[in-house]
Design a protein around this ligand. Sequence first.
Ligand SMILES: Cc1ncc(COP(=O)(O)O)c(C=O)c1O
Ligand SMILES: N[C@@H](CCOP(=O)(O)O)C(=O)O
Length: 465
Amino acid sequence: MRYISTRGQAAPRDFEAVLLAGLAEDGGLFVPETWPVLSAAEWRAMRGLPYPALAARILALFGAGEMPLRAMCDEAYGGFGHPAVVPLVQLDHRCFALELFHGPTLAFKDMALQLLGRMFDHVLDKRGERVTIVGATSGDTGSAAIEACRDRSAIDIVILHPEGRTSEVQRRQMTSVLAPNVRNIAVKGDFDACQDLVKAMFNDAPFRTEMRLSAVNSINWARIAAQVPYYAAAALALGAPDREVAVSVPTGNFGNVLAAWVARRMGLPISHFIIGSNRNDILARFLASNDMSAQPVEPSLSPSMDIQVSSNFERLLFELLGRDGAATADTMTRFRAEGRMPVPDAAWREATALFRGFTLDDAGTLSEIRHLWTTGQYLADPHTAVGTAAARALAPEDAAIPVIVAATAHPAKFPDAVERATGIRPPLPARLADLYQREERFDVLPGDLGTIEAAVRAHARRNAA
Ligand SMILES: Cc1ncc(COP(=O)(O)O)c(C=O)c1O
Ligand SMILES: N[C@@H](CCOP(=O)(O)O)C(=O)O
């Protein structure tokens, strides 16, 4: 399997090269040259597989089969806190929470990053190479990436988070990892500023080459590929491919819902994608009225979704524009320059046929957490609550279609919001019980490219010395 860039100007390459490259040199995102599609019989044959076996089968379809995938998946998911890895919990007559937070850092990011850490190790060891990973986080990618990459000898990792805009648990999960190959930077700005800095480092060709930059954000195709298997597991468990399902995803950078879209593209009968947003609702506005215009990022009770520029939308846009790289590049350049994305009407209509957008403010989020708790359904974190409210509001008209809601974080990551809504302060699991006593280490830096590049360079040099 070969991968091409959404902007049409980068040389095609294989899975391992895409894993290491992260962002394409033309600024685009890698996507498969052709989508692997399975027949109904092939999907049926995967029903009942243990999760690591299912994940290995699906990743092999994306060209990762050169790696010892089965062993990697066994290792990556072996330490998860639930034997099913991604259990489905029934909430009501048709909604099911797909719990993606049983990994070491209590959010869905572990599903991909526990695997990516092992993939990086394998490929770097084979090639005798070393990389510097730079990542941006609104709270969860950072801790999952650090946990996956800490103490790995061929990796230096620098994570940028927006100062003061993550939950305390999220910040401490990152900044209390004192491994020498890890550096945390609190940027004076919001998540979009952090993500822009990461993309700017990739687009600075000499710096990118000098540092051998790699990515752990969902701009890296391997992240998306590793998020597809859990949608397959849930859909198969609910009767696919012989029954349609819908999916509701609390959404920020559009990576998680894109992985569900990929599962549909591969032949799973997913009727709709419901996108839940907090007050940073650029995607909901786009779906309602073709208004993809970035506004300033507003802090909310679901901080991981405090994002306005959803990177992975570019992958969907590329498909909506008939895989026309030049048109995608032009649209993205205009979005950057004008702050508004000019999506042609036909492409917008195609998107609205499949995607439904929903916005929930903080008051609504608290009331949804309270509703789920007092009706005995669930103790949800604020992100998951956006997804459950969206599912109830926008479920398909056909009541026979079950809705899978991505439960993206453990409630203990956001204890303040959960306590405000329910009076219950969910405890951290025993392995994190001393998190508030652990020493923290991070630098606070202004969000200018020169300063951040200098910090990344200094970190990489210190470790190479
Ligand atoms: C807990 C949680 N929920 C939802 C999201 C949004 O997911 P995505 O950025 O893939 O749309 C994030 C961040 O990515 C998250 O950490
Ligand atoms: N919500 C994310 C933001 C980054 O998203 P990613 O999926 O592109 O890594 C976070 O928690 O950091």
